[in-house]
Design a protein around this ligand. Sequence first.
Ligand SMILES: Cc1cc2nc3c(=O)[nH]c(=O)nc-3n(C[C@H](O)[C@H](O)[C@H](O)COP(=O)(O)OP(=O)(O)OC[C@H]3O[C@@H](n4cnc5c(N)ncnc54)[C@H](O)[C@@H]3O)c2cc1C
Length: 416
Amino acid sequence: MAREHFDVAVVGAGMVGVCCAMWLQRSGKRVVVLDKNTPGNGTSYGNAGTYAPFGCVPINSPQLVKSLPGLLFSKSSPLNLDWAYAATHLPWMLSFLKNCAPDKVEHTTASLANILAHVDAGFDPLVSAAGAGDLVVSNGAIYVFGTEAAYEKAIPGIAAREQHGVAVEVLDADPIREMEPSLRMPIHKGMHFSDARHVLNPKGLIERLFKKFLSDGGSWRQREVGSVKASADIVEIDCNDADDLTCGQLVVAAGAHSKSIKGSGAEKLPLDCERGYHIVFKGAERKLSRVVGWQEYGFNATPMEGGLRIAGTVEIAGLQKPLNPERIDFLTDKAHRMFDGLGEPNEEWLGHRPTLPDSLPVISHSPRSERILLAFGHHHIGLTLGGITGRIIADLAEGRVPNFDISAYSAARFTR
Ligand SMILES: Cc1cc2nc3c(=O)[nH]c(=O)nc-3n(C[C@H](O)[C@H](O)[C@H](O)COP(=O)(O)OP(=O)(O)OC[C@H]3O[C@@H](n4cnc5c(N)ncnc54)[C@H](O)[C@@H]3O)c2cc1C
């Protein structure tokens, strides 16, 4: 039987894959999306919903190295490390720490600021085409420091943001409490990002985008992609036990699982994951009017459709381990310190942020073949970067040069 053929196949129907599919379709391609699950059920399901053009300061930093002993051994730390996992993934750990050197951090910050300056041009046209503007709230975000010590540690990051043109205003406690009167935790100061937005339902947004993609003639097959083989003319896609496909170009946008697609070139890259958690308090969304992050504890509280979502923290423990109940207790405890009268959470969730050790995404041709494009590694800001990633991928697929320098996101930085 002849195999189905498409101009482009996109593997992964998360925020990144769906945005790639839409931008490729807009440049006239016949596109199929392949995902082992239904759209928007991976990491993109459970994020904090913060559209964060301000997110150029990476987790890697000289301060992280200095604070590491405290972070690793304190019960109230936003970072949790599975030592057995770390021992078997030492090269990634060491590379991540190497990228905490000041010159590396400067490069990452500048490269993130470079792409973040273009995010609206990737996100807004898709949201508007999908009629999903009602799911996006423009009301800024506040990241709070409970103590002077926490604020002091953040000063270099604030300066870096200012240097890269990010709109950030440092506020004292009183104006923050006026803006968000339900906050109960101690507040020393906060950063106000006036051009931040938030999404009321990240999965709902992806579903709307995907509906538009399908109604404009896009195709969808629920398949798990095992391996791919690029030749001079086509890419053959092995869909494990289901019918195989072929395509002219392939986009790997399978988030933290991208390495599992053999033959794509992704398997050679140092992709790992930073696990993150969320809990939801149903009916408590009115406690906030915008995203509020609590910096010391590494999470955001976001008012969403039907509930207040508390999402964040970092756990290094890989893709296989089940949800760690201690992380849920951590978030629940901090949420109760942040607000009165929340009760018990109604939902618990674990997700896997796809992360390269330099905290930059890979958005480029694969070192394996010009027919394969890679779009993953968006770590803490994939909801924000999905749209612009799709736009870059559509440019690369067409042989167009994007209108800003994308060399920092090339997979070749790991294979040279
Ligand atoms: C707790 C938490 C909070 C966050 N908060 C924010 C935030 O506020 N703002 C922000 O911008 N970002 C945030 N992020 C980051 C953001 O959610 C991720 O960067 C983003 O979701 C990554 O999207 P993706 O499309 O690459 O991956 P995913 O959403 O994981 O999608 C990948 C898809 O690939 C599919 N797949 C995997 N392997 C295969 C295969 N072999 N064959 C077929 N399909 C396959 C999966 O089923 C999945 O649907 C947060 C993340 C976490 C964990």
